[in-house]
Design a protein around this ligand. Structure first.
Ligand code: PLP
Length: 458
């Protein structure tokens, strides 16, 4: 086939239907629905499909397009770098300007004590890298028994074998005989489902103690690390009470367990801070960064390594036999620098914390006050969830294991606003550039979609 000949939308959809295996998709069901919607343009918070419909992207792609679509500064940074030096690596005593500058910039933005960056292409690869680094570290420390990882139910850390094992999503474990041995899961700080009348701060401490109990059950001498997202994103935007993370800091310190903050969603302003660790006072030994690092314009991830671990790996570890061809690829690194520059110039982090985050939350609360399907609206910065229930008073769920969340999501899609259905919640994480008028529009379309869902349910 001539790859340059023009193809209309129908021809493209037919090709896609025949040849493209979509990620996280039931291919048979997609075909039965007539195939995928073809997205052709993005500008700001808006997408356009092949039929010319404008769609408000309430999910920033996959929680990643922090500065919005179509920013010329990012395209120009990539273009310039491609012409100057399209590729070079850091394997054998070489480096490039974008990777050196980006490593320095990340060290400046990160909480104190995280001053080294290792680069990869995706959040999954970054978390796999951390698993290897952690095991190597404890071996170097003469404590080879410390191998177990603890994480939470509904946690999401990626899709490789190790990162799926770190995650706590049962349907993913069901495919591929996971988790691998040595990966353990405890309850998440999911107050709406689990607090059962406890006040939030007491519940936060209780959920943290579940980590300590697991450490004691396995024996601290066998536990290598605990990993958690500051706010659990893909598991349903589970926002911990403020008491949770300080208690996790204490537990990890007391039992000599490394603490990993997976900042793949929370990083780069989403919570109104550069990193979720700063919002919650987390004292991590590692941070996983991806997505917002380039606002999704090109694939890039980074592992920020804390000084005490880095020192051991560097001083005692010799060569670390690990790296990807594209670790520190100069083009995404140049885009990341331009992206961070934009976030700083447009003061997007402060804007999320003091302006658009609280505004969007207030508008949702006003628009959905007393709605029969809405059990809770929760958000932090520009990430949030609307819990859908059958009975607002008792929090009884609808039967069907998350089907109602998907019904609401599909109504949103038809009403040209993208939100995500995760179990029975409707989740949002729009670009940080969302205007007040766009927030109003998003809320109005979500309200309409929930009304239509309520009507369907009779
Ligand atoms: N960690 C978190 C918290 C994520 O949300 C994701 C992706 O959604 C990942 C890791 C995996 O990142 P990637 O899809 O780039 O491999």
């Amino acid at each position: 086939m001539d790859t340059h000949s023009p193809l209309g939308p129908d021809a493209l959809k037919a090709l896609d239907g025949r040849h493209h295996l979509h990620p996280f998709t039931d291919t048979k069901a997609l075909a039965a629905e007539g195939g995928a919607r073809l997205i052709v343009r993005g500008e700001g918070v808006w997408l356009t499909d092949a039929d010319g419909q404008r769609i408000l992207d309430g999910m920033a792609g996959l929680w990643c397009v922090n500065v919005g679509y179509g920013r010329a500064e990012l395209a120009e940074a990539a273009h310039r770098q491609l012409l100057d030096l399209s590729f070079y690596h850091g394997f054998f005593k070489t480096t490039t300007e974008p990777v050196a500058r980006l490593a320095g910039k990340l060290a400046e933005l990160a909480p104190p004590g995280l001053s080294r960056a290792f680069f990869a292409n995706s959040g999954s690869e970054a978390n796999d890298t951390i698993v290897r680094m952690v095991r190597h570290y404890w071996n170097l420390k003469g404590r080879p028994g410390k191998k177990a990882f603890i994480s939470r139910t509904h946690g999401y850390h990626g899709t490789t074998m190790a990162s799926t094992s770190l995650g706590g999503i049962g349907v993913m474990h069901g495919q591929g005989d996971l988790p691998l041995p040595g990966f353990h899961h405890v309850m998440p700080p999911y107050a709406f489902d689990l607090a059962r009348g406890l006040d939030p701060e007491a519940f936060g401490r209780l959920a943290a103690r579940a980590v300590e109990e697991k450490i004691l059950e396995l024996g601290p001498e066998n536990v290598a690390a605990f990993i958690g997202e500051p706010i659990q994103g893909a598991g349903g935007v589970i926002i911990p009470p403020d008491s949770y993370w300080p208690e996790i800091n204490r537990i990890c310190r007391e039992h000599d367990i490394l603490l990993i903050a997976d900042e793949v969603i929370c990083g780069f302003g989403r919570l109104g801070h550069w990193f979720g660790s700063q919002r919650y006072g987390i004292e991590p030994d590692f941070m996983t960064l991806a997505k917002g690092i380039t606002s999704g314009y090109l694939p890039l991830s980074a592992v920020m390594v804390g000084d005490r671990v880095a020192e051991t790996l560097i001083e005692e570890g010799g060569e670390f036999y690990h790296g990807f061809t594209y670790s520190g690829h100069p083009v995404p690194c140049a885009v990341a620098l331009a992206n961070i520059d934009l976030i700083e110039r447009e003061t997007l982090v402060e804007r999320v914390r003091t302006d658009i985050g609280p505004y969007l939350r207030r508008r949702f609360e006003e628009a959905l006050e007393g709605h029969p399907l809405v059990g809770e609206i929760r958000s932090e910065g520009l990430i949030g969830a609307i819990e859908i229930v059958k009975d607002r008073r008792t929090r009884e769920r609808w039967p069907g294991d998350g089907k109602v969340g998907l019904m609401a999501r599909d109504h949103c899609f038809r009403n040209n606003v993208i939100m995500r259905g995760i179990r029975d919640s409707l989740v949002f994480a729009p670009p940080l550039t969302l205007s007040h008028a766009e927030a109003d529009e998003m809320v109005a379309r979500a309200r309409l979609s929930l009304d239509q869902t309520a009507r369907d349910l009779g």
